[in-house]
Ligand binder design. Structure first.
Ligand SMILES: [Zn+2]
Length: 369
């Protein structure tokens, strides 16, 4: 065990020195790293564990998803969207342009953005994904700036270079796998809840440096990364109906304010897909906060996400669901929690984590062959 811990610490140190280099760089490096962590989390098999490779195209799509809320007009910035790099940042600028041309509100989801012009969106996303493959991914593991930068492939190996043409990168047969170095998949997934806030704070530093007059760091944090950036209100009623008017956790009839709760807490592993959202009363929602829920709650959640009723809800509301990705995110969140860790049961009541029970619940998430 100590060796694994040493490896994880060494890996985290290298990763942090990577985000520390290049003070004058854009936020692309941070976005790519965050996207890689998120994709590793959503690729964690409930039984086999962390992935050994991930697709670069999925990482690039995730980069676009991360920039989407950030491309809205930020109240305190004259002229609208935040500046994200010393040169013109293509991805945030093109997303901001899309918003402006289609009149899309600041709390709209990426699905909303797609719906206004599906064909146009496909073209835009194609361009942006190609850009991430061409630039930030081959440059991610470079230490230092400019000509003296050296690449050390300690996170992943891959089969192209940064001069590759967009046409070739986006060809169907192009090999876009990122082959994670031994142990790295598990490090990324286990360290995710610790690395994410560190990367967020570096990102906030850069944005504050490129945009004069931003002093309210908490407000900026919420704008760039907050759970409230997507309006979940439309799901309150449909989710309550799905639960027969009862709270997902205490099973009592909803009397007061209904909250849409992230079953896997947003701060742990952000997931706004329908599978991760439940209706809870205000007492349970406030008490659970950023905790993972207890075994019986996990069992109810597994039954819900593997059942069929969420499909109807997804088509009725148009809200995106991805049972596999959400199951993987849940697996990534629970799988490496130590025995005896505190899981939230009910208001002021916790139970100790039992790895065997967690293991058998997670096994139910795996689609039958
Ligand atoms: Zn409740």
């Amino acid at each position: 065990m100590p060796r694994v811990a040493d490896d994880a610490v060494r890996f985290a140190e290298q990763l942090l020195s990577l985000v520390d280099t290049g003070r004058t760089s854009s936020t692309y490096k941070l976005a790519t790293l965050l996207a890689l962590i998120d994709v590793a989390v959503e690729s964690t098999d409930p039984v086999d564990g962390a992935p050994t490779r991930v697709r670069a195209k999925r990482v690039a799509e995730r980069v676009v998803e991360l920039y989407w809320p950030q491309s809205a007009v930020y109240g305190a910035v004259p002229g609208g969207a935040l500046v994200q790099s010393p040169q013109a940042g293509v991805i945030p600028a093109r997303l901001a342009d899309w918003r402006q041309r289609h009149g899309i509100g600041s709390r709209a989801t990426l699905d909303d953005a797609r719906r206004v012009d599906p064909a146009g969106w496909t073209d835009l996303e194609h361009d942006l994904v190609a850009r991430v493959l061409q630039m930030p991914i081959p440059r991610l593991q470079r230490f230092g700036d400019g000509a003296r930068a050296t690449e050390r492939r300690f996170i992943f190996d891959y089969a192209w270079h940064d001069k590759e043409s967009p046409g070739r990168l986006m060809a169907v047969e192009f090999d876009d796998w990122l082959h994670l170095q031994p142990g790295v998949g598990e490090h990324l997934v286990r360290l995710a809840p610790l690395l994410r806030p560190v990367i967020h704070s570096k990102w906030i530093d850069l944005v504050a440096a490129y945009n004069a007059g931003l002093h309210d760091v908490r407000q900026l944090d919420e704008f760039l990364f907050g759970a409230q950036r997507v309006n979940l209100d439309v799901l309150r009623e449909p989710l309550t109906d799905l639960q027969m008017g009862r709270c997902f956790y205490c099973d009592l009839p909803m009397r007061r304010a209904v909250h849409v709760d992230h079953f896997i807490p947003w701060s742990r592993n952000p997931d706004n897909r329908l599978d991760n959202l439940v209706a809870a009363d205000d007492r349970c929602n406030a008490s659970k906060s950023a905790s993972l829920a207890s075994h019986p709650h996990l069992a109810s959640w597994v039954a819900r996400t593997t059942g069929s009723r969420l499909d109807d809800l997804a088509s009725a509301t148009g809200w995106q669901r991805d049972a596999v990705a959400s199951a993987h995110t849940a697996a990534a969140s629970y799988r490496w929690m130590p025995a005896g860790a505190r899981l939230w049961s009910s208001v002021d009541d916790y139970e100790e984590l039992d790895p065997d029970r967690i293991g058998s619940l997670l096994a139910l998430l795996r689609p039958s062959p």
